[in-house]
Design a protein around this ligand. Structure first.
Ligand code: NAP
Length: 517
């Protein structure tokens, strides 16, 4: 059986004992094992600090951009093999695997081009600078330089490829070496990516290390110049934020956690219009793409009370067209959940929503295509409905991380904003309307509770990206329950890895030192 090792201090290292077993979620057959027991993470940190960091900081943004471009190219060349790994270990369909892997290479390519644009500089200077006293010579600037530490990335199970790449692209461009840890259950794709990158030798030594398996004492090595970017459950995020060394050494932390993302159908949208069709298509896609295991998937759907039955019917019809089962079987568009744990969590989550005031109004009654011997972590597309959204508090609190969404009515123009806010902060809200006033009012209500708001109207109905798609140019993250973090967003993402320092002194001297002249 395949053994996944960790890539640390410039070489592949195997942990002790059998460790964890990674499965094929469609058949429950074992595909690999991995262990981190006994691995020396202190050595990995030292390697990043003394080898990877200095090498990256010696490069300009343009040079680091070129490294990231080479990473994107090497991974793109391995695309087919990576897709196979994703299908095998994450149960993704080919389309879902591409979503993850192409998302990884595209995000790398985006940050590579940003590096090229930033050019031959090693320092970023923010804004214009200011004269600080009566003397025109005494000036102040804000300079941004890479932190001489380590960027530790802990990722969730659902995007093993994109999760690794989107975080690494930003940290590496900023000039920080990375230690990346994918979730154990679906680590195969990330492992292969590291293999590809190590073989292609596109990165400076020590710039990227990979931990396959449990984190062990990894995070206990975080110090004052290090950063931790975490994606996963709110509970784990809260635990990591509270680690003694993280608090005591003021380690910078970014958390991307749970989110009860919402879609709102504007009161002006009539059945059969382009905007209506777009709304139905988006919700159906968001619920079933990656089997609903997307942090940005639509969990709550708010529609005008008078139209809720029509929406229910249209959504059930659209979701009913999704063939689900073993992704290797002909025609399958939705695979199993990624692990037994996820299946158990989704079943328990649906039960919780039903107890809390939702009812099940539709569920696919098909059997999973291609499933054999009752094996596989399959769960059918499911539509719930809560007619009294304020009474069904749990619907706004508990994220069911699977192909499940809850339909709810609203009345008036104010209520959608209030209902979305019950989710206590989300990654994305989508609004479907062609009415300028509705958009203006609702946008203002939705935005403070959302990291991103997508407005779909008829003029962009066939061009807008789906709400679940995270673009590197726009920030990803959200307030409150969503973790309060921010990733990506073009240049904005770099700030997490750069130390902003106010520098004061003789204007000419500073401008020369900062490479401005
Ligand atoms: P999880 O159980 O919190 O695990 C996330 C990551 O944290 C995994 O790599 C896990 O490693 C690691 N981890 C767990 N305990 C740890 C500890 N004590 N110290 C260090 N690392 C630790 O979450 P998950 O089940 O993988 O992901 C599902 C959740 O993530 C969902 O609730 C979803 O909302 C959220 N999510 C959010 C986003 C976003 O961008 N906001 C994206 C995707 C998912 P092991 O696998 O080795 O345990």
């Amino acid at each position: 059986m395949l053994r996944l090792k960790s890539y640390l201090a410039g070489t592949w290292k195997d942990g002790e004992g059998e460790g964890a077993t990674l499965l094929d979620p469609s058949t429950e057959e074992a595909v690999a094992t991995t262990s981190t027991k006994g691995l020396d993470f202190a050595e990995a940190f030292a390697h990043a600090r003394t080898v990877g960091g200095p090498a990256l900081r010696a490069m300009t943004f343009a040079e680091r951009g070129a490294v990231i471009k080479a990473m994107s190219k090497a991974l793109y060349e391995a695309r087919e093999a990576l897709i196979d790994d994703s299908i095998l270990n994450a149960g993704t369909t080919r389309g879902d695997a591409k979503f993850d892997i192409d998302g990884a290479t595209a995000t790398l390519a985006y940050y590579a081009s940003l590096g090229k644009k930033l050019g031959d500089t090693k320092v970023l200077v923010e804004g214009e600078g200011e004269q600080l006293t009566q003397s025109a010579r005494f000036y102040g600037y804000h300079a941004k330089l890479p932190r001489p530490g380590v960027a530790v990335h802990v990722n969730a199970f659902n995007f093993p490829a994109w999760g690794l790449a989107e975080k690494a692209a930003v940290a590496l461009l900023a000039g920080m070496p990375v230690i990346s840890k994918p979730a154990t259950a679906t680590a195969l794709t990330a492992y292969r990516m590291m293999e590809v990158l190590a073989e292609a030798k596109v990165l400076p030594e020590g710039a990227l290390q990979l931990v396959c398996g449990s984190a062990g004492d990894l995070l206990s090595h975080l110090g004052p110049q290090d950063v931790l970017a975490f994606t996963g459950s709110a509970d784990t995020g809260a635990h990591l934020r509270g680690l003694q060394n993280v608090i005591g050494r003021s380690v910078r932390v970014n958390v991307e956690a749970d989110s009860l993302n919402a879609a709102v159908l504007g009161p002006d949208v009539e059945p059969g219009t382009e905007t209506w069709n777009r709304f139905i298509r988006d919700v159906s896609t968001e619920v079933t793409q990656k089997t609903g295991q997307k942090c940005t998937a639509t969990r709550r759907v708010f529609v005008p009370k008078a139209k809720i039955d029509q929406v229910q019917e249209a959504l059930a019809e659209a979701m009913g067209r999704i063939v689900w089962g073993d992704p290797r079987a002909e025609g399958v568009r939705m695979g199993p959940l990624a692990s037994k744990q996820q299946l158990d969590d989704v079943k328990a989550g649906v039960a919780k929503l039903l107890e809390g005031g939702a009812k099940q109004v539709w569920q696919s009654d098909a059997s999973p295509v291609g499933a054999k011997g009752g094996k596989g972590f399959f769960f059918p597309p499911t539509l719930l409905r809560a007619d009294d959204p304020r009474a069904a508090a749990v619907v706004h609190e508990h994220e069911v991380f699977g192909p499940v969404t809850t339909l709810m009515p609203y009345e008036g123009n104010e209520e959608p904003g209030e209902l979305v806010a019950l989710g206590q902060g989300g990654l994305v809200a989508s609004l479907y309307s062609d009415d300028r006033e509705v958009v203006a009012n609702m946008l203002v209500a939705l935005a403070p509770w959302s990291g991103r708001v997508l407005v779909a109207s008829k003029k962009v109905a066939d061009q807008a990206t789906a709400p679940g798609l995270v673009l590197p140019s726009c920030i990803h993250g959200g307030p409150g329950r969503a973790g309060g973090g921010e990733e990506l967003g073009g240049m904005r993402g770099l700030d997490f890895y750069l130390q902003r320092t106010a520098v004061q002194g003789d204007r000419g001297l500073l401008e020369r030192a900062l490479g401005m002249r």
